[in-house]
Design a protein around this ligand. Structure first.
Ligand code: NAD
Length: 370
């Protein structure tokens, strides 16, 4: 993918990992931006469940902020399976290969049956190894927690998500956890570069190396080696179960979290709970050559089609996309508008105690754009 990370909001250069300097926005923090050039072509994947509702909201806000994007809309997941007989049609892959950047809605993955996760497949296919999820307390959204400001950085390409599972004998199955020094080192370097560029103070590696001495032990060793190159940033380690407890008793003790794939997935949702729920947390998957922007939340089948999904996570994900495309000031305007609507608390969705629908809340964000 040719679109360089140098066009997104935060420097996230990965020295030694072979990556270049780029910018990954820190959800509202002022950071160096790239320069926009021409009308970018971006693959748009509405997704399943609430996907079309919230991605539609993000697209409307991007249009309203005045950034022109040439959207190449493609289907993936359950809807693509019904329409084209495959959850990852060739035309989707061709589009991603050509645009190298996507705004993507959540895709359904059945529990215990059906095709493997298309999300995991796409992240691996395009080697989008760094999943970044900024989680911040939001004024106007009432939760028992204050002052949460955590960046979850999750390794995206291996661990148990390698999907290597087989039946050894009837009633006995094996799932293989793959951890490599290469992937562990590059995600650690990404996390420290992110921390340095964004003036963050601490990287905490989360692990279970007391039990998985070889796999998580290797992940930790790689993180420790990388940490030595970043003496300006504090480095700590914490066992995942204790970290989960501490996250809900003392979330301010954390800053940047560095996690393997599975712990990263679980801890992301835990962190979303600290700031009001899954409707708030944006996300991005970055690789050396491209990026896919997607919310932390899934298809929310319980509310899909009801028009009440919180559009904030998707709208803020759209703002991260704009940072990446070199339209950081437009991204900031979107974040400011979202913050204003949440602070006012008048036009908000039921997940945060309001009565507004997705469309009304999106319209309120557009009205709040300055
Ligand atoms: P989910 O994130 O879809 O929903 C969990 C809970 O959060 C639900 O109660 C839901 O209503 C609520 N929620 C989620 N988004 C919301 C929003 N924008 N506004 C208000 N409430 C919201 O998780 P799940 O139910 O475990 O998974 C459903 C499906 O989504 C599964 O098929 C799963 O595989 C898929 N999934 C996809 C992705 C992705 O595409 N990246 C991520 C997570 C889950």
């Amino acid at each position: 993918m040719t679109r360089s990370m140098a066009r997104s909001g935060v420097k996230a250069g990965v020295k030694g990992g072979g990556a270049h300097h780029g910018t990954v926005n820190n959800d509202g923090r002022r950071v160096p931006r790239g320069k926009a050039a021409g009308t970018p072509r971006v693959t748009l994947i509405p997704g399943d469940g609430v996907g079309p509702e919230v991605i539609g909201a993000a697209v409307k806000v991007i249009e309203a902020v005045g950034v022109k994007i040439d959207w190449d809309q493609q289907l993936a997941g359950a809807i693509a399976l019904r329409r084209f007989g495959s959850p990852v049609p060739d035309r989707l892959i061709d589009s991603l290969k050509s645009t190298k950047v996507a705004l993507k809605g959540p895709l359904e993955t059945r529990v215990g049956e059906g095709y493997r996760s298309i999300n995991v497949y796409l992240r691996k296919l395009f080697d989008l190894y760094a999943n970044v999820r900024p989680v911040r307390t939001q004024a106007g959204v009432h939760t028992p927690f204050r002052g949460v400001d955590i960046i979850v950085i999750r390794e995206n390409t291996e661990d148990l998500y390698a999907g290597i599972e087989h039946q050894v004998a009837p009633g006995v199955v094996e799932s293989v956890k793959i951890i490599t020094a290469r992937a562990s080192t590059r995600i650690a370097r990404f996390a420290f570069e992110y921390a340095r560029t964004n003036h963050r103070r601490l990287v905490t590696a989360i692990h279970k190396a007391n039990i998985m001495k070889l796999s998580d032990g290797l992940f930790l060793k790689c993180a420790q080696r990388v940490a030595r190159d970043y003496r300006d940033i504090e480095y700590k380690e914490q066992i995942v179960d204790a970290a989960c407890m501490r996250l809900v008793t003392d979330p301010q003790a954390f800053d940047v979290l560095l996690l393997e794939n599975l712990y990263g997935d679980i801890v992301s949702d835990l962190c979303a709970g600290l700031v009001g729920g899954l409707g708030f947390v944006p996300g991005a998957n970055y690789g050396k050559h491209g990026a896919i922007f997607e919310t932390v939340h899934g298809t929310a089948p319980d509310i899909a089609g009801k028009g009440i999904a919180n559009p904030v996570a998707a709208i803020k994900t759209g703002a991260l996309l704009l940072d990446y495309l070199g339209h950081g000031s437009a991204g900031d305007r979107i974040r400011a508008a979202v913050n204003a609507v949440l602070r006012a608390g008048r036009v908000v969705t039921p997940d945060i105690g309001g009565k507004a629908g997705t469309t009304d809340m999106t319209a309120a964000v557009i009205r709040a754009l300055k």
